[in-house]
Ligand binder design. Structure first.
Ligand SMILES: NC(=O)c1ccc[n+]([C@@H]2O[C@H](COP(=O)([O-])OP(=O)(O)OC[C@H]3O[C@@H](n4cnc5c(N)ncnc54)[C@H](OP(=O)(O)O)[C@@H]3O)[C@@H](O)[C@H]2O)c1
Length: 274
């Protein structure tokens, strides 16, 4: 292990190379944490010396994701996890290396895999706290919880809003599942802010986004609110917060469809888990 519980606390931030993730990286480094980020691009923060480490991984590939997270767990004692990486859904139905709809895998399924590996590897040895970024659009998802498998059923808004609903539901389910260890988690709706989230969109969308970006909220304030909840006095386990640290109501979902959905997800991840 390159750090231990007696050393600095370690935070793992997915998608730490831009937008909100990059702000979180900088904030936790300024606050004296050891920070591990994941991303596809490279990132250097030399002013913080050896307190920062980047692991390059594409969540488009679940095997690569699982192997990278295992390497992290073998070498670092992670205390805080932030599920931040995410994309706005591509205009057209796109699948990953694993043959799964792209948004579903990158925004949600890869994070479920990451969380399960970390909880199983580290959750029993020391306290673990987790935050996951959802979005206000999770509200427009249909109550029958299911994900897109076919081109004909695909719309980018539905794929994105569903993935963000799944993130909030995941936190709720993980909180219930891991009550016997010192594990707590929450999801957070960050509102709308300027970032690079537009990158997979059509050129006209990217143009409009660039025009609007200066008027949008800055991710630094959101990073601060998130970090305060995550590292502050105990937050409420499994709930959804907003950036004013208020607990938000989640719509009622059909429990039997949640069960079916959960089983399907774990079946997809089975081969990547221990
Ligand atoms: N911006 C908003 O208004 C808004 C609103 C609500 C929720 N959110 C959520 O906030 C989170 C952060 O987004 P952001 O707005 O800060 O966007 P961003 O600037 O585009 O950052 C997204 C991060 O995710 C990583 N990422 C994207 N695709 C990936 C993949 N296939 N594999 C691994 N990493 C990948 C990126 O890494 P690389 O750049 O290295 O590829 C980047 O670090 C997302 O979950 C997003 O859904 C954003």
């Amino acid at each position: 292990m390159q750090n231990s519980s007696s050393d600095l606390k370690t935070v793992l931030i997915t998608g730490g190379t831009s937008g909100l993730g990059l702000e979180l990286v900088k904030l936790f480094l300024r606050r004296g944490y050891y920070v591990i980020a994941t991303g596809r691009k490279s990132l250097e923060v030399p002013e913080f010396g050896d307190r920062f480490k980047l692991f390059r991984v594409d969540f488009y590939d679940l095997r690569q994701t699982a192997d990278t997270i295992r390497t992290i767990c073998d070498n670092y004692s992670v205390s805080y996890v932030i599920n931040n990486a995410g994309i706005l859904s591509p205009p057209d139905f796109t699948t990953t290396k694993d043959g799964i709809e792209y948004t579903f895998q990158v925004n949600y399924l890869a994070h479920l895999l990451i969380n399960e590996i970390i909880i199983q590897r580290s959750g029993k040895s020391h306290p673990l706290r987790l935050a996951a970024i959802t979005s206000v659009v999770h509200k427009i998802s249909k109550p029958a919880i299911t994900f897109c498998r076919k081109k004909e059923d695909y719309t980018p808004l539905k794929a994105y809003s569903d993935s963000k609903l799944f993130i909030a539901v995941m936190c709720n389910l993980l909180a219930k599942k891991y009550q016997d260890i010192d594990f707590r988690c929450f999801s957070i709706d960050p509102g709308v802010f300027g970032s690079s989230i537009y990158r997979m969109q059509h050129s006209w969308f990217r143009f409009l986004y660039h025009v609007a970006a200066p008027f949008m909220k800055r991710p630094s304030k959101i990073a601060m609110a998130l970090a305060d909840i995550l590292t502050g006095d105990e937050f409420t386990n499994g709930v959804l917060y907003d950036t004013r640290k208020r607990i938000r109501h989640m719509k009622e979902l059909d429990p039997s469809s949640i069960n079916i959905f959960r089983e399907e997800c774990y079946k997809m991840l089975n081969q990547f888990l221990d």
